[in-house]
Design a protein around this ligand. Structure first.
Ligand code: ADP
Ligand code: MG
Length: 564
């Protein structure tokens, strides 16, 4: 193939512009991204070689080497992983295939700080090299292809890139960064080792750098032709808990999630018994931009006996825990397991059940902690992820009770953080139901005339204003033997909360007002099923309610809005 010049996809140009302009304050991440790509490439080779061992050629030991050259002002990342064909190089390094890119781009606001955070969440990948380089050369040859099927890809990270054929006897990829003016701080062995060590400690293959020695005569550090690992090269989750610091756990989380913040909580366990696996699961501190998307696959990576199998193995977690990130390494699954097989596997079912319990346990220990700071963490979690966790009430019958205890609400008594148990503990003498009202905003809920009698009597009412709340109520009927009752439905029965005098008054009113009611019923006959005298109002003259068991007025409005 002769040298060709090709243009970047429009989205890539935008990403390149953003990455080089807004990630400058956090520029060392290019080291994380390029080492992680090299490691991914080795994982892919190991996976493909399961079916074709000849792909290892004569180099069975997978590794990544990072070198720098002070005179040429370059940093080179070299791996002996899967490599790329010419077509793959053009597609992978010229377009963005990731789903959600468009949505992601549309969320950028042009505010550098916020955008940088978003880009961090999205994962900048290969293009981050251009933060510090004004030219990147990639030389690669796919495993199994002939030596003369190598490719050289070069770009200055603006509008286009060049590709040409080369001969490359070794399989794998070299990424060569030609540093921009002023980026010489990275031409320093100490610095590179420190940063790469931090980012790659949990990677399961060795990341090697050359040793350096002080040359007294030349009065400078000289690099020797001797390579030594800068990381422990043991996949983090395979190590013993006692040997892992919270910082290492956090670093691993950032690497797999692209989050810039440390996680809220994590759980790391080796499970033995019927099904054997290791789980390292994290709850993020902040919701990602696409949390709402139920089609988005989960954030759990599947390994089998330390071989990477797939990202986003959604069968490992229920949909309502799609925000959980982490790794599950199974000892039982076959290495050639597919997404389809995962759906049916009994081992996977056991893993999903076990992992769900662990995640709920993690949330419970925050929510019920003696420590106020931990409880505050749960409050923060609820703020960001509560709407998603609520989906579990209808989806996960096995954990229904545990989930109901994790719910938090706003009520007429407290602006946030009201659990059903809190509510029950504040119930009035003789109160039998948990009263709730749904509305599309807190203001509407609070000003609802249906609340008047409850206010007057000091009875707490939960104010439900999330879009999923109607749906939640259809799956949440009672808690500790107390039924949930909407104050906007039917003839709210205050039961023994009402005194005799009030009951009598209501009966008298009903008789006295009968002629008025009859006329109103006649006048509204096409629009109202019934017109009744009520005791639920204090100041307002009238209010609308729906029949017990009917779609609530709020839900009816939502359905109408959705065009149904
Ligand atoms: P991601 O790693 O999230 O897919 P990147 O921007 O980091 O996104 O990389 C884009 C793609 O380029 C990768 O998915 C991979 O196909 C290819 N790639 C990057 N670096 C390498 C490498 N060292 N070896 C083989 N392929 C690579
Ligand atoms: Mg990457």
């Amino acid at each position: 193939m002769d040298k060709q010049t090709l243009s970047f996809q429009a989205e890539v140009k935008q990403i390149l512009h953003l990455v080089t302009h807004s990630l400058y304050s956090n520029k060392e991440i290019f080291l994380r991204e390029l080492v992680s790509n090299a490691s991914d490439a080795c994982d892919k080779l190991r996976f493909e070689a399961l079916n074709d061992a000849s792909l290892y050629e004569d180099q069975p030991n997978l590794e990544v080497r990072v070198a720098f050259d002070k005179d040429a002002r370059t940093i080179t990342f070299r791996d002996n992983g899967i490599g790329m064909s010419a077509e793959e190089a053009v597609a992978n390094l010229g377009t963005i295939a990731k789903s959600g890119t468009r949505e992601f781009m549309s969320r950028l606001e042009g505010d550098q700080k916020k955008d940088a955070q978003l880009i961090g969440q999205f994962g900048v990948g290969f293009y981050s090299g251009f933060i510090v380089a004004d030219r990147i050369t990639v030389e690669t040859r796919r495993a199994g292809a002939a030596a003369d099927h190598g490719v050289r890809w070069t770009s200055e990270g603006t509008g286009d890139f060049q590709v040409e054929s080369i001969t490359r006897p070794e399989r794998g990829t070299s990424v060569i960064l030609h540093l921009r003016e002023g980026e010489d701080e990275f031409l320093n062995g100490w610095k590179l080792k420190a940063i790469i060590g931090k980012y790659s400690d949990h990677i399961s293959l060795p990341v090697l750098m050359q040793k350096e020695e002080w040359d007294a005569e030349a009065q400078q550090q000289v690099t020797k032709d001797e390579w030594a690992p800068v990381n422990k090269a043991a996949a983090l989750w395979t190590r013993s808990k006692n040997d892992i610091t919270p910082e290492q756990y956090a670093e691993f989380y950032k690497q797999i999630s692209y989050d810039t913040e440390a996680p809220l909580a994590y759980t790391h366990n080796r499970v033995e018994g019927r099904s054997e696996y290791t789980q390292l699961l994290y709850v993020p501190a902040k919701a990602p931009f696409d949390l709402w998307n139920r089609d988005k696959r989960g954030g759990v990576k599947l390994y089998v006996k330390r071989v990477f199998i797939m990202d986003d193995a959604e069968a490992l977690m229920p949909v309502y825990l799609r925000f959980v990130k982490g790794v599950i390494d199974s000892a039982d699954l076959p290495l050639n397991v597919s997404r389809e097989l995962l759906q049916e596997s009994r081992d996977v079912k056991a893993i999903r059940e076990g992992s769900t319990k662990r995640v709920l346990g993690m949330l419970e220990s925050l929510a019920n902690s003696e420590d106020e700071a931990e409880r505050a963490k749960y409050a923060a979690f609820w703020k960001d992820f509560g709407v998603v966790l609520k989906e579990g009430i209808g989806e996960d019958h096995a954990n229904h009770e545990r989930l109901t205890k994790l719910l938090r609400f706003t009520s007429t008594h407290a602006d946030e953080g009201v659990s059903l148990a809190d509510y029950v503990s504040r119930m009035k003498e003789g109160q039998e139901s948990i009263y709730v009202i749904t509305a599309d905003s807190l203001a509407t809920a609070k000003n609802s005339p249906q609340l008047e009698i409850f206010r007057k009597k000091g009875i707490e009412v939960l104010l439900l204003t999330d879009r999923v709340d109607e749906w939640l109520l259809s799956h949440l009927h009672d808690f500790e033997g107390k039924t949930l009752q909407s104050v906007a439905k039917g003839a709210v029965d205050l039961g023994s909360l009402q005194d005799e005098a009030e009951k009598k008054q209501a009966e008298e009113a009903a008789t006295a007002f009968k002629p008025v009611l009859d006329r109103l019923k006649e006048a509204l006959k096409d629009r109202a099923k019934d017109v009744r005298v009520t005791t639920r109002l204090v100041d307002s003259p009238a209010c609308l309610v729906v029949e017990e068991g009917d779609v609530s007025a709020h839900l009816a409005r939502m359905l109408k809005q959705a065009g149904q």
